[in-house]
Design a protein around this ligand. Structure first.
Ligand code: PAF
Length: 303
């Protein structure tokens, strides 16, 4: 369906806020079983997407909306980069949803609640992936999506669309487990410009494991009940399952965009400081990724 003046509805069961690779991959899959609104960041991007976008090798025409002409929606799903959380969450509030689900990386629930205090907002986790190249958007295949309690109806909608999805009563732990994966894989993939699978091989492997070992006591103190063997095998398992993928932080670096280093490694540094833990390798990685960003985008490396 094309977003012409007479085809879009005024109300949708679900709206995706964030038309990046993952947002578009989610929207395309949901659109196969029911109406979905795709919210773009501005009118120019909405017009570009409304002409059609290649997703998984097919030309897809989604119902795309710009911020100045929004529909309403039962549920809003936030899939923007963490640096855009505040503005996107406010935009999502204007859809007047029952609830706002973030599936972003990092730990952003506090920021989300602050941006829209009147809304039932929660952060889930997804291991779905997608990347964009010159030929379009490439969803990476099956992953798992975990939602916080209160989002049962949205979880059911995801399942109807073919996602592996469920409500996780211990979503805080699931977020820490995802953070562990992102803390280890994303900065190294971005710094060395390699696909995830290469991190399992020398010379990267020793750094990957060092990042896991260093982060673990901090994450355990915050409620992640994994021992070292389980933590290493979780990170190795994701690197293996997504071996050919470019991690999202690598995609940002290659596109000269600001990365999510502050929401990922920055979140760990904050927890380490509060708990009195030393995390020198993460500190070094944080500085290095910021330096790469600074060279590419001019973003201050000491922000
Ligand atoms: O951010 C990412 O790219 C993904 O969360 C993950 C799991 C590291 C796979 O690439």
């Amino acid at each position: 369906m094309t977003a012409t003046p007479d085809s879009p509805r005024s109300h949708y069961p679900v709206a995706i806020v964030g038309a990046g690779a993952l947002g578009l991959a989610f929207a395309a899959r949901l659109a196969a079983t029911g109406p979905v609104a795709m919210i773009a960041r501005n009118a120019a991007r909405a017009a570009e997407l409304a002409r059609g976008v290649q997703i998984g090798g097919q030309l897809r025409r989604l119902d795309v909306f710009a911020p100045n002409a929004l529909p309403t929606a039962d549920w809003a799903v936030l899939l923007v980069k963490t640096g855009d959380t505040d503005a996107a969450a406010r935009l999502a509030s204007a859809l007047r949803p029952h609830g706002l689900l973030s599936l972003q990386n990092g730990l952003i629930e506090a920021e989300l609640r602050e941006a829209c205090p009147a809304l039932a907002a929660g952060q889930g986790v997804t291991t779905e992936g997608a990347y964009r190249d010159a030929t379009g958007i490439h969803p990476s295949g099956a992953g798992e999506t975990l939602l916080p309690p209160g989002f049962e109806d949205l979880a059911a909608l995801f399942v109807r669309a073919g996602f592996v999805a469920r409500v996780d009563p211990d979503i805080a732990r699931a977020r820490l487990a995802k953070l562990l994966v992102n803390l280890a894989i994303n900065p190294l993939a971005a710094l060395f410009r390699v696909p995830n699978g290469a991190l399992l091989e020398p010379p990267h492997r020793v750094l990957l494991d060092t990042l896991v070992r260093e982060a673990l006591p901090v994450l355990r103190a915050n409620g992640l009940d994994l021992d070292e063997g389980a933590a290493l095998s979780r990170v190795h398992g994701v690197a293996r399952a997504t071996a050919a993928n470019r991690a999202s932080m690598l995609q940002d670096v290659l596109a000269n965009r600001r990365t999510e280093i502050d929401a990922i490694t920055g979140a760990l540094l904050g927890m380490a400081e509060t708990g009195g833990f030393e995390v020198p390798t993460h500190r070094a990685v944080h500085t290095l990724v910021r330096a790469v960003e600074h060279a590419a985008t001019g973003t201050p490396s000491d922000r």
